[in-house]
Design a protein. Structure first.
Length: 120
C-alpha cells in the first residue's frame, strides 16, 4: 500500500520579550502566503505562555519535497526579506532590527499509530 506521511517543520525562534509584539506583527503582515504553497497542509504560530522566550512556527506539509519547494520559492524569499521591514517600508535596521536572537529548524513526521510505526 502506497501512502504519504505528513511532515512537520517547526522553527523554534528565540525572541526577547521586548520584541515579541514585533514578531507577531511581522507574521500577521505575511498571513496567507504559505497557504498558497503546493503541498502545504497547516500553520500555527505558538506564543510562549510559561516564561520562555521561544516561539514555535509549526507547519505541516505533504512531504519533504513540498517543504523544500516552499523554502526555495520566491514567495518564501520575499516574505523573509520583507520581515526586516514593514509592508511598503524601506529596510531600516535601526528602527526594525532583527527580532530573534536565534532559531532552529526541527523536523518531524506524524506517527502512524494505527499501522506499522516507522523509525519508532
Amino acid at each position: 500500500m502506497m501512502w504519504s506521511m505528513t511532515v512537520v517543520r517547526i522553527n523554534a525562534i528565540t525572541v526577547p520579550a521586548d520584541r515579541s509584539a514585533e514578531l507577531a506583527r511581522r507574521f500577521a503582515a505575511r498571513a496567507g502566503e504559505v497557504e498558497r504553497a503546493e503541498g502545504f497542509e497547516g500553520f500555527e504560530l505558538l506564543r510562549p505562555t510559561d516564561g520562555r522566550d521561544t516561539w514555535l512556527v509549526v507547519t505541516r506539509w505533504r512531504d519533504d519535497a513540498a517543504f523544500a519547494a516552499w523554502v526555495a520559492s520566491p514567495a518564501f524569499a520575499h516574505g523573509h526579506r520583507a520581515a526586516v521591514r514593514g509592508p511598503g517600508e524601506e529596510s531600516d535596521a535601526a528602527q526594525k532590527g532583527t527580532v530573534s536572537s536565534s532559531s532552529e529548524l526541527w523536523s518531524y513526521e506524524v506517527a502512524d499509530l494505527h499501522g506499522d510505526l516507522r523509525g519508532g
